[in-house]
Design a protein around this ligand. Structure first.
Ligand code: 5GP
Length: 369
């Protein structure tokens, strides 16, 4: 009997452990904006005029308040301009300025009333931190955006801590990440708002080049849940192509939505315009728009693509679309209309009133066009 028992024990211990695929593959469906629609709900609201798209936010670390339409122009060369900040401010929205403005211009801007409607953007290099310190000697940006493509690097958390410590009164937005664990880590390190999105951008090629990414709607849902548990906020960054996507981002729990491509091609942008002769008149028809990790951007700022890295962005031409205010009216109109469909009188109620209907079998075409 004893031998038999030992045999059984030996046989069990010599068996190779079963492969644990659950460690390597997440089988839950992860969704993008195109995979869902928002289900309409009974409502007492009759008109778009009855809804309020402005929100008041109290921030985790600063305790300060901000009221406005929580939409932010992306800190890309083309869209993150001072002219964009002035135009979007009229609609109560914000702009993250791109980080390539000279120090003096930034100091003058942030010392003016326009500065209240813009984020000062920086990366994690000593030069970035030094430039912020130099600007702060002349002006105090109240909104800071610490921005890197990969928010998972340990150095990034350290930079967020440093920025928080040296700017106790500023609202700090930091990203980009796509998971709840890193959202929490960034909030605990000092961020008030965590920026969500790896790979969804209209001129981003990260998913193609590296195979890394996360479907954006699921990323927003999961990160918003993590952030709200700690009383922080999230900004959904990238992947919105139509006003309905902005509405879905709010429905998924985004407190702020950042837009690049949807705000490109306007008068307030800093992009090369292409003209055509139409009926004898020189007419603007298109404007260049490019990713900040594209070859175009790297040539402009770093003299080309460094030998150890690949470009993760592309350059496209967007149609010329005139003043951005028309586009803002369309976006805000779409969000207002969504709110009447689901019976949300205030933007804050939107996630609670949102039920998504899945309209695709599984996420496909994750690379975009
Ligand atoms: P969009 O609204 O155009 O879909 O996305 C805008 C976002 O794309 C930006 O805020 C930024 O997070 C991201 N982005 C901008 N340029 C690049 C790039 O060259 N590569 C990658 N991977 N993302 C980019």
């Amino acid at each position: 009997m004893l031998w038999r028992a030992l045999d059984i024990h030996r046989a069990a211990s010599s068996r190779a452990p079963a492969p644990d695929n659950s460690m390597r593959i997440e089988n839950d469906a992860k969704l993008d904006f195109k995979d869902v629609l928002i289900r309409p709900k009974r409502s007492t609201l009759n008109s778009r005029n009855e809804v309020e798209v402005e929100r008041v936010f109290r921030f985790l670390h600063t305790g300060g308040e901000w009221k406005g339409f929580p939409l932010i122009a992306a800190n890309m060369d083309v869209t993150g301009t001072m002219a964009m900040a002035r135009a979007l401010a009229k609609r109560g929205a914000l702009t993250a300025l791109h980080k390539h403005y000279p120090e003096g211009e930034l100091a003058a801007f942030f010392a003016s009333p326009d500065g209240a409607h813009a984020f000062y953007s920086l990366g994690t290099t000593d030069a970035d931190l030094g430039k912020l310190e130099a600007v702060r000697k002349k002006a105090k940006p109240r909104l800071l955006c610490v921005d890197v493509a990969n928010g998972y690097a340990e150095k990034f958390l350290d930079t967020v801590k440093r920025v928080r410590d040296s700017n106790p009164d500023a609202v700090v937005m930091a990203g980009n990440v796509v998971t709840g664990d890193m959202t929490e880590a960034l909030l605990l390190a000092g961020a008030d708002i965590v920026k969500i999105g790896i790979g969804p951008g209209s001129v981003c090629t990260t998913r193609r080049v590296t195979g890394v990414g996360y479907p954006q709607l699921s990323a927003i849902i999961e990160c918003a849940d993590a952030a709200h548990g700690l009383k922080g906020q999230v900004c959904a960054d990238g992947g919105c192509t139509v006003p309905g996507d902005v509405a879905k981002a709010y429905g998924a729990g985004a407190d702020f939505v950042m837009l690049g491509g949807m705000l490109a091609g306007h008068d307030e942008c800093d992009g090369e315009i292409r003209y055509e002769m139409r009926d004898g008149v020189k007419t603007p028809v298109g404007m260049q728009f490019y990713g900040m990790s594209s070859e175009t951007a790297m040539k402009r700022y770093a003299g080309g693509v460094a030998h150890y890295r690949a470009s993760e962005g592309k350059s496209v031409e967007t149609p010329y679309r005139g003043p951005v205010d028309n586009t803002m009216a369309e976006i805000m109109g779409g969000v207002r209309s969504m709110m009447t469909y689901i019976g949300a009188a205030h933007l804050k109620e939107v996630p609670k009133r949102t039920t998504f209907v899945r309209v695709t079998a599984q996420t496909n075409d994750v690379f975009g066009s």
